[in-house]
Design a protein around this ligand. Structure first.
Ligand code: URP
Ligand code: ZN
Ligand code: ZN
Ligand code: ZN
Length: 478
C-alpha cells in the first residue's frame, strides 16, 4: 500500500486551522503531525512513496454533497449526468462523497429500486457514494421496506409535499411514514412545498398565457414553502421523527426551522448554492439572444430561485453562520437545454426541474469565506463535517484524523477558478448555470481514499474507484 505525505499546509477542520502534515497509509489517514512532532526523527518526506506539497494551501476533508440526482428519471426525461460523469465532475470540484437519491414511485417495490440504483452506480463512480431512499408511494409495503433500510446502509428517506401525481405524499401518508421514521431513527428528508396549491396557481398562470420560466417562480411562492415547512415540522414534532428539510430557499422557511430548533426539536435544514447566489429576477427572469425569455429555463428548479428584493440570500448566509441552517448540498439535477429543458417551451410547468452544480459547491462556498459570510472552519463544517455527521458517516468521512478515510482536498486560496461551460466544467450539460462566475480559490489536489484523483488540473482517477458507503444513523441528533 502506498504512503503519501501532504506537507507544509494548513489543516482546516470544523473547529480550527493549524500547520500540520498529513500522513496517509494506503486508503487511511495514519497521522496528523503538528510541526515538531516528527515521527521519532524519521525523515518522512524521504520514506513515503509520494509527497504532496501543500505550502501556502489549505488541507481540508473532501467535500460531501449529500443531495445529488445522477441519471434520475424526472420530468419526462433523465438527469443528464450519469454516475460516471457526475461523480467525475464532483471530484474535479473537491467533492469526494455524494449521497444520491434512489427513486421509488407508484407501483414499485422499494427493494427493487434500491437494487436498481446499486446497479447503476456500481463500477461507475469516481468517488464514494451512498444512497437516500425516495418514497414516492407511502403504503404498507413501502413502510415495511423502510424498516429494512438501515441494514442496507441507507439511513434516510425523502418524502415530497410537492409534485402531485409524481412523488407527492399527503399529510396522512407523511404522518404514517414519520411514525416509522421515529421508530427506526431514519432521517426523514422533506421536499417542503405545498404541491396541490402550487398546481392551481400553475394552471391559472398557464391559462393566462404566462408561460415563461419566470412564472415558475411566481407559482411556487415563498408562502408555499413556509406553510409546508411548518406542516412538516408539526408532523415531525407529533411523531418524534427527526426531520431534515432539503433545498431551503425562503427566509420564512428558515424562520420556521429556527423556531423549532430553539424549542429543542431535531429539525435541520440544507440550502444550495443557487439560492445563495441566483435570483428570480436575474436568472429565472433572464432573456438572451439565443433563447429569448426561455433563457430562464436554465434556472428552473424547485424550490425556485427567490426574489432579490425580498433579501432571502442575506438571510440564508446568516442562517448558515448561526447554524439555523446546518449544511449546503447542491441538489445536482442537471438537464441540457437542448431536448430536455426545451420540453417546457411554451409551458414552464413542463420544464424539467433541476440545476447542475456538483462541481462547484466547494468553490462557491469558499467564496462565502472570501466575502465574509463564513469562517474558514465553518466552510469545512457545512461542506464536509456536518454532512458526514448528519448522515452517519462521521469518523470515516468529514474529518482529517487518524483512522479516517484519506479523502482530502488541497485548496489554494491564492488561486482562482472560472466557472462556465468552457472553463471548469466537467458536468454533462450544454450550459452552465454559473457562466461567468469567477471564484477566489482553486481545488489543486484531490485524494479519494488515499489515491490522488485530481492534481494540477489533471484527472487521474477512474470510473469504479468509488465505493458504496454503508451509512449509520445520524450522528447529529440531540
Ligand atoms: O428542482 C429540483 N430540485 N429537482 C430535483 C428534484 C428535487 O425535488 O430535489
Ligand atoms: Zn426536492
Ligand atoms: Zn433534489
Ligand atoms: Zn484548474
Amino acid at each position: 500500500m502506498a504512503t503519501t505525505l501532504i506537507s507544509g499546509g494548513t489543516v482546516v477542520s470544523a473547529t480550527g486551522a493549524s500547520a500540520a502534515d498529513v500522513l496517509i497509509d494506503g486508503e487511511t489517514i495514519r497521522a496528523v503531525l503538528q510541526p515538531g512532532s516528527e515521527l521519532l526523527g524519521v525523515d518522512l518526506a524521504r520514506s513515503v512513496d509520494r509527497v504532496v506539497d501543500a505550502t501556502g494551501k489549505y488541507v481540508i476533508p473532501g467535500g460531501i454533497d449529500a443531495h445529488t440526482h445522477m441519471q434520475m428519471p424526472f420530468g419526462g426525461t433523465e438527469a443528464s449526468d450519469t454516475f460516471e460523469t457526475g461523480t467525475r465532475a464532483a471530484a474535479w470540484g473537491g467533492t469526494t462523497t455524494i449521497v444520491d437519491f434512489v427513486v421509488q414511485t407508484v407501483g414499485q417495490r422499494v427493494e427493487d429500486t434500491l437494487a436498481a440504483w446499486h446497479e447503476k452506480a456500481a463500477g461507475n463512480c469516481a468517488i464514494d457514494y451512498g444512497f437516500h431512499q425516495i418514497i414516492g408511494e407511502v403504503n404498507d409495503a413501502s413502510l415495511t421496506a423502510l424498516r429494512g433500510l438501515e441494514a442496507e446502509g441507507v439511513t434516510s428517506y425523502k418524502l415530497f409535499m410537492a409534485y402531485p401525481g409524481v412523488f407527492y405524499s399527503d399529510d396522512a401518508q407523511i404522518l404514517r411514514a414519520m411514525q416509522v421514521g421515529a421508530e427506526t431513527g431514519l432521517m426523514t428528508m422533506m421536499h417542503a412545498e405545498n404541491g396541490p396549491a402550487i398546481d392551481v396557481l400553475v394552471q391559472q398562470l398557464v391559462a393566462e398565457g404566462k408561460t415563461d420560466p419566470y412564472f415558475h417562480g411566481i407559482a411556487r411562492a415563498w408562502q408555499m414553502e413556509e406553510e409546508a415547512t411548518h406542516r412538516a415540522i408539526m408532523l415531525a414534532h407529533l411523531t418524534g421523527a427527526p426531520l431534515y428539510v432539503v433545498h431551503v430557499s425562503a427566509k420564512q422557511a428558515v424562520a420556521q426551522l429556527a423556531a423549532a430548533r430553539d424549542k429543542g426539536q431535531n429539525v435541520f435544514g440544507e440550502t444550495c448554492p443557487q439560492y445563495l447566489y441566483l435570483s428570480l429576477e436575474d436568472q429565472l427572469g433572464a432573456s438572451s439572444d439565443e433563447w429569448g425569455a426561455f433563457e430562464g429555463a436554465k434556472y428552473v428548479c424547485s424550490t425556485p430561485l427567490r426574489s432579490k428584493h425580498e433579501h432571502h440570500q442575506d438571510e440564508l448566509w446568516t442562517a448558515l453562520g448561526t447554524n439555523d441552517l446546518q449544511m449546503v448540498s447542491t441538489d445536482h439535477c442537471p438537464f441540457c437545454m437542448k431536448d430536455q429543458k426545451e420540453l417546457g417551451r411554451g409551458d414552464f410547468s413542463k420544464i424539467p426541474n433541476g440545476i447542475g452544480g456538483v462541481e462547484h459547491r466547494m468553490n462557491l462556498l469558499y467564496q462565502g469565506v472570501v466575502d465574509g459570510h463564513l469562517t474558514l472552519e465553518r466552510w469545512v463544517e457545512i461542506t464536509a463535517t456536518t454532512p458526514a455527521r448528519m448522515f452517519g458517516m462521521y469518523g470515516k468521512k468529514g474529518v482529517i484524523q487518524p483512522g479516517a478515510d484519506a479523502d482530502i482536498v488541497v485548496y489554494d486560496p491564492a488561486g482562482r477558478t472560472k466557472l462556465g461551460i468552457d472553463e471548469t466544467h466537467h458536468m454533462n450539460m450544454d450550459y452552465s448555470a454559473w457562466e461567468g462566475f469567477e471564484i477566489a480559490g482553486h481545488v489543486d489536489t484531490v485524494l479519494s481514499r488515499g489515491r490522488v484523483i485530481v492534481d494540477a488540473d489533471a484527472y487521474l482517477g477512474r470510473a469504479g474507484d468509488g465505493a458504496y458507503v454503508r451509512r449509520g444513523l445520524s450522528q447529529y441528533l440531540r
